[in-house]
Design a protein around this ligand. Sequence first.
Ligand code: SAM
Length: 218
Amino acid sequence: MYESPEFIARQLRKPSGDFAGTIAEKMGEGNRSLYDLMLGSMLIKDHDSILEIGFGSGTHFSDLLARAKNINVTGIDYSPDMTNMAKTNNKDEQRAGRLKLHTGNSNRLPFEDNSFHTVFCNMVIYFWDDPAEHLGEIQRVLKPGGLFYTGMRTRDSMLQFPFTKFGFNLYSIDQWKSVLQSHGFFIVRELRQKDPVFDDGENRVELESVSIAAKKQG
Ligand SMILES: C[S@@+](CC[C@H](N)C(=O)[O-])C[C@H]1O[C@@H](n2cnc3c(N)ncnc32)[C@H](O)[C@@H]1O
């Protein structure tokens, strides 16, 4: 079935309704390599508390929880469909008290100041029409010296998708690093990786994943 690029863009911004399962599956496949880069790049210690913004279907949480001993992971996504799907996909992790999932917007995080050692998000910054309100909240909930990791694709990668014409805020790596710096973060590290060719029958694209680590003043 043909879905217009505009419709796909709206669904990627906030999956909802009958198409939510389909888009979640496509995101899960298409962004697996970015999650591999992100999870491998994060400096995580035993007992750390970690927040993910915009987790989608959440099929990666068991891999994240295996990164260190007794870490606690919290997720927030403003799509109720994604929260429900991620809850269904992670029953054991929630029952064990290691994963808490919330529905909510990252411009108003329902968490105390200085709560998390690490905050990260993959493929979410494109939908922050005013990054200041989200980055301010991330600064607030991070502990002093905590790290915020942005997972994204390069601007050239994203321009291969017709749907990015519709409401995506795209950044080059340097542009996004400048945004982070102008909101009080110090850039610590940048990792890049060429992904395997992605071909879903509609798009055949060569993507480059990026993970940028930025520190809150300690
Ligand atoms: C393109 S999907 C990426 C999902 C997953 N992180 C991945 O890489 O496959 C964007 C996700 O972020 C969520 N999202 C977008 N803006 C958000 C915001 N302001 N607050 C919370 N969640 C947001 C959407 O609901 C969606 O699940």
